[in-house]
Write a protein that binds this ligand. Structure first.
Ligand code: THU
Length: 128
């Protein structure tokens, strides 16, 4: 299954009653496994989580640690890019050359390297 199709499927499960803005994310690991996430909002607004965060959590819970490719999708006039926090979360498991495809439900898309989305990502000072 394409990453875009996986992200579109996950987006359908988004819980976004407060913003009305559903987002889907899918990532592929180095071994080819695909994990997905959707945004999960909360009545206590700051407790909501992004689609990318959900996909990363699913990957880690399954025992994987390396992201090879990312796709996010929303129903927006132009592709949306991951928020700053999610760029940092992706950088925990993805190198700067990992492609991040940002797509719309209508079919537009743009792909950028994670390193261009988050230059000088903070790296562990503890050698992890
Ligand atoms: N959101 C994501 O899930 N991923 C992004 O890359 C940007 C924003 C969500 C958070 C919130 O539930 C909604 O979109 C509106 O900001």
């Amino acid at each position: 299954m394409s990453l875009l199709k996986a992200a579109l499927d996950a987006r359908r499960n988004a819980h976004a009653p407060y913003s009305g803005f559903a987002v889907g994310a899918a990532l592929r690991t180095g071994k080819g496994a695909v994990f997905t996430g959707c945004n999960v909002e909360n009545a206590s607004y700051p407790e909501g989580t992004c689609a990318e965060t959900g996909a990363i959590a699913a990957m880690v819970a399954a025992g994987a640690r390396d992201i090879a490719e990312v796709c996010i999708v929303a129903d927006s006039p132009a592709p949306i890019s991951p928020c700053g926090g999610c760029r940092q979360r992706l950088a925990e498991f993805a190198g700067p050359d990992v492609p991040v495809t940002m797509a719309t439900v209508a079919g537009d898309s743009v792909t950028m390297r994670l390193g261009d989305l988050l230059p000088m990502a903070f790296r562990s000072v503890r050698g992890v």
